[in-house]
Design a protein around this ligand. Structure first.
Ligand SMILES: C[S@@+](CC[C@H](N)C(=O)[O-])C[C@H]1O[C@@H](n2cnc3c(N)ncnc32)[C@H](O)[C@@H]1O
Length: 311
């Protein structure tokens, strides 16, 4: 594989350990990427085990078919992980023993200028994980309401100068000069930021925010989590690696919520199935070791949470 197409998996040993892979178990990797985690799961699976690998990026799906095409234990699906339940239904599978999500973008996506994710490389202002559908970042910027853009920049990017940046985008749009490239967009943002962060490119937060919005990343995560309790077998594990505090908050709240048993009046001694706690958290939050972050700076912001389906 060429260096620019490599992706170094984050928290690899920890995530696969947390999945508790059994030889004949059924597992879902909702974010195949370049298959670092998937390969480690396959290594532990016996001939009867199954792994569903999902990714919305056609290049990741092509990589999955290239790398593991001959492996009968693997089912590859192009699409969003929010579609997991449909994918399992199509294969006649009700519940699985583990679901892994390693969120965000992969190195091949970030490093390929043609994908438009990075302000460090000149490329089209695209940012779609799924290049086969949906509006590009430029299309989205061309039509987004100014107030919504301010919200996205503030909430998803924690950008202090959200209003100024949104104004600059709208002004450029009205003048028919909306940037078509990552570099042009990065300089529009840089000019709108009066006091740049000393350690960060002034467009860092904006690029992150626009990417999250264009790909509906948080909506997809919420939609997948809604299906998790129904699709995990008792004892099955959910393992999620997040890179953004908003993602991690969604996962944390979900695990906490599914771990609570609803209050019942004392005259109901047996808790009905629908009101019982469905998940229990396993261990504490896991972060990458110093050695890992030194070798792979992307691991610095990684946070892993694990939960187990209760019987
Ligand atoms: C951080 S990478 C995963 C890397 C992978 N674990 C590995 O070891 O190679 C994230 C991948 O998930 C995909 N992805 C992100 N959000 C997705 C979603 N909602 N549905 C499906 N795939 C998604 C991205 O396209 C990207 O390929």
């Amino acid at each position: 594989m060429a260096a620019e197409h490599e992706h170094r998996p984050v928290l690899l040993a920890e995530a696969v350990e947390a999945l508790n892979v059994r030889q004949s178990g059924l597992y879902v990797d909702g974010t195949f990427g370049r298959g670092g985690h998937a390969a480690a799961v396959l290594e532990r699976l016996g001939p009867d085990g199954r792994l569903w690998a999902l990714d919305r990026d056609p290049q990741a799906v092509a990589a999955a078919r290239d790398r593991f095409g001959g492996d009968a234990r693997l089912r590859v699906h192009h699409g969003r992980f929010a579609e997991m339940a449909d994918v399992l239904d199509a294969d006649g599978v009700d519940t699985v023993d583990g679901i892994l999500l390693d969120l965000g973008v992969s190195s091949p996506q970030l490093d390929d200028p043609a994908r438009g994710f990075s302000f460090l490389h000149e490329g089209p202002l695209d940012m779609r994980m799924d290049t086969s559908r949906g509006p590009t970042a430029r299309d989205w910027l061309a039509s987004v309401d100014e107030r919504e853009l301010v919200r996205v920049l503030r909430v998803y990017g924690e950008e202090r100068f959200a209003k100024r940046i949104a104004r600059a985008v709208v002004r450029a749009r009205e003048a028919g000069e909306l940037p078509a490239t990552t570099a042009a967009f990065a300089s529009l943002v840089s000019e709108a930021v009066p006091y740049p962060d000393r350690h960060k490119h002034p467009a860092t937060r904006t690029f992150q925010a626009v990417r999250i919005a264009v790909n509906g990343e948080l909506d997809d995560l919420e939609a997948l989590l809604e299906t998790v309790c129904d699709r995990l077998a008792p004892g099955g594990r959910l393992v999620v690696i997040s890179f953004h505090s908003l993602e991690d908050r969604i996962v944390k709240r979900f695990i906490r919520g599914a771990g609570e048993q609803r209050d019942l009046p004392p005259e109901i001694p047996i808790v009905p199935e629908g009101l019982r706690a469905r998940l229990k958290p396993v261990g504490k939050v896991v972060r990458a070791s110093e050695d890992e972050t030194r070798a792979n700076p992307r691991a610095r912001s990684a946070v892993m949470r694990v939960a187990e389906r209760l019987p």
